[in-house]
Design a protein around this ligand. Sequence first.
Ligand SMILES: [Zn+2]
Length: 245
Amino acid sequence: MTEHVDGQLAFDFDEMAREEARARLDEWDGAPLGFTRDYFTPAQFDEAFEHWKFLNGPLGSWKRSHMWHREGWNGMGTEFGQHRGEIFGADLDPDDGQEGPGGQLTQMICEPCDWHVITEDDNTAVEAWHDHAVPGWRDLPVVPAAIRLRDGGASLSKLAMTWITERYPEHIQVPGAPIITERSPYGTRHVHHYSPWGGYDLSHTALERPAAPEPPARVPRRELPAFTPASPGRQTRPTGPGLAR
Ligand SMILES: [Zn+2]
């Protein structure tokens, strides 16, 4: 072995450690080295995913392992009061040529509460965590699209700050609290760390109410169509022809 260069010796050593770890897989007592719906802490998921990458190599590990992992833009979570929401993704697409369930899943974990939720998209998970950690968030004012939130930089514009601090309840203007902003049809992702207090900037599409409940000021009241109450029982029924029974 002495004729090998240092790099080759180091590589062999890594490979030996890997072989040994593979041989001792039955001793692994962390989170599963594959997909699971069970509750584990963020640290347990991190540790398990690191171990999988050590055993199998990091290339394509999200897709090959189907394991819960952090995606870079998610960061290390959002703290609000005693809560800490951390978000993980899992890629269930089958390996090439294999059958499988497919799709991406999102999980949000609140470790201080041993709480978690698994959903089919990021927004739903983020909303579920806010339901869990920030009661009443759905009643917060929606910042209208006409209020320019940022002037290119990371911090909020003076106008936006004034609008928000004047209208948001004082008890919600604390670290980790969210804001809700009106979005264009194509920008509806909830963005973490984008509220003035480091919480989420939530898209108004999370709510079941219109972004701008008040009619535009320039439309005179008398020009608005008369209010016609919907007949009871028909309000929530789908009316499209394809849905008729
Ligand atoms: Zn919690």
